[in-house]
Ligand binder design. Structure first.
Ligand SMILES: Cn1cc(C(=O)NCCN)ccc1=O
Length: 116
């Protein structure tokens, strides 16, 4: 017999995004990602990184209702970490912070989703 599909409750997804963003911003390793990379003082950044993203920009987009669901939000958070991995050596202060932040985020959103 066909298993009845549970209806997806997407009503609180944006609330989950706000909680996740607050947790990211409060993390001790968030400092490289809190505001846009100042490409004028970081040689090569603008050329290498085609889609810059940071936590303050994500907050702005969340406030302006530019995320339709949790998935769109997760795409931008992952962009922060992928940009970081692309531009920074793994064995560097900022590179290590990026890996730690990505691990924290992956753990946190899966925790929150299992609460549903
Ligand atoms: C994420 N990221 C941050 C910086 C940076 O210098 N941030 C300002 C810290 N105060 C440089 C390269 C990079 O990929």
């Amino acid at each position: 017999a066909k298993k009845a599909k549970k209806p997806k409750d997407s009503s609180n997804e944006l609330a989950v995004c706000r909680v996740l963003l607050a947790d990211l911003e409060a993390h001790q390793d968030a400092w490289p990602f809190l505001s846009p990379v100042r490409h004028k003082s970081v040689p090569g950044y603008r050329k290498v990184i085609k889609k810059p993203m940071d936590f303050s920009t994500i907050k702005e987009k969340l406030t302006n209702n530019l995320y339709l669901n949790l998935e769109n939000f997760i795409v931008d958070v992952n962009l922060v970490f992928n940009n970081c991995q692309r531009f920074n050596e793994d064995d560097s202060e900022i590179g290590r912070a990026g890996h730690r932040m990505r691990r924290f985020f992956d753990k946190r959103w899966t925790e929150l989703l299992h609460l549903k």
